[in-house]
Write a protein that binds this ligand. Structure first.
Ligand code: NAD
Ligand code: MG
Length: 301
């Protein structure tokens, strides 16, 4: 795939990456990024760190692939050690990101497990704290998205499962992490353009992302008293395995991102990572309760 030399290369944002136009493809949820055609760019050959997160200790969920994977690679190259949370069946994708973190000379602590398991939040945080010697940055990248053609096809079970992963597990994780977070720590969550522009074929997902955005702004108010900054990244259409593993209608994949985004193309995960770096870095010290939209120019509230 054509890619910039690094994230600082100047040029036309519309053509920085090609419009992927993926052929129709499907995988079982959660899917393996390594089986996608084309494989997304996590910044492996492009992301250049400049010490913006030197010495930080980050716990990142969904760190095996897509946006979470790109964030893990970027954070490591900026000088952070990383605990990676992901589902056990995603180990091959996780191994790829772990290799990148270690090649950057940083510590990678792999912690497979299901965020729907209520006890897992505590195990995850304890293992991250043990492996890294503490945590001072939490990034929530895990997410569940399943399209359904009709409202009546969307089961109560799916609605609950989506909220469980996207909203309830996030709250459990924040509560489990709080005793370890000192002033100067950051929490960065992941909402979506869907939080304000719900697509009719993924009502549960869109509503859950509205909840993530709202919950994060509320948490930002509550936690500023502890010196902890909470912020949100709201991606637009991004080429990740979430889409071909049931996230969108496979027939729509060739058009993915092209018509929605004023830039005429989907993002690559590598283009999302700098927003998370900024929000975790001390350089954003006066930014809290903010939603940073990275969506190619779609209008937001
Ligand atoms: P992705 O599939 O690469 O990452 C999602 C990750 O969520 C998976 O890798 C998996 O590790 C994790 N996950 C899902 N269910 C889990 C569970 N029960 N327990 C533990 N982990 C679980 O896809 P992505 O697009 O990089 O997604 C990252 C985040 O970005 C998600 O929150 C997603 O909703 C959000 N987002 C994506 C897009 C897009 O177009 N790709 C747009 C807006 C928001
Ligand atoms: Mg994955």
């Amino acid at each position: 795939m054509n890619a910039p030399r690094d994230q600082y290369e100047p040029g036309d944002p519309r053509t920085r990456y090609p419009d992927v136009e993926p052929e129709p493809q499907t995988q079982a949820e959660p899917g393996l990024q390594s089986d996608m055609r084309p494989v997304p760019d996590l910044g492996e050959s492009t992301y250049r760190g400049t010490g913006r997160l030197a010495g930080r200790k980050a716990l990142i969920t969904g760190a095996d692939s897509g946006i979470g994977g790109a964030v893990a690679i970027a954070f490591a190259r900026e000088g952070a050690d990383i605990a990676l949370a992901y589902l056990p069946e995603e180990q091959p994708d996780a191994d790829h990101v772990i290799e990148q973190i270690r090649a950057a000379g940083r510590t990678a602590v792999p912690i497979p497990g299901d965020l729907r398991d209520r006890a897992h939040a505590h195990t995850l945080v304890e293992q991250a704290v043990d492996g890294l010697g503490g945590i001072d940055a939490l990034v929530s990248g895990a997410g569940k998205q399943r399209w359904q053609p009709e409202v009546t096809d969307l089961s109560d079970e799916q609605f609950e499962a989506t909220f469980d992963v996207n909203v309830f597990a996030l709250f459990r994780l924040v509560k489990a992490a709080l005793p370890h977070l000192q002033p100067g720590s950051t929490i960065t969550t992941t909402a979506s353009m869907e939080a304000y522009q719900p697509a009719p074929d993924r009502l549960d997902y869109a509503a859950s992302k509205g909840a993530v955005n709202n919950l994060s702004k509320g948490l930002a108010q509550a936690l500023v008293e502890r010196g902890i900054r909470v912020n949100v990244v709201a991606p637009g259409p991004t080429w990740t395995v979430l889409q071909p593993s049931g996230g969108v209608d496979p027939e729509s994949l060739p058009e993915f991102g092209s018509s929605e985004s004023p830039m005429g193309r989907a993002a690559q995960p590598a283009e999302l990572a700098p927003a998370y770096v900024f929000l975790a870095s001390h350089e954003s010290s006066y930014v809290a309760g903010e939603t940073l939209n990275v969506n190619g120019g779609m209008v937001t509230p």
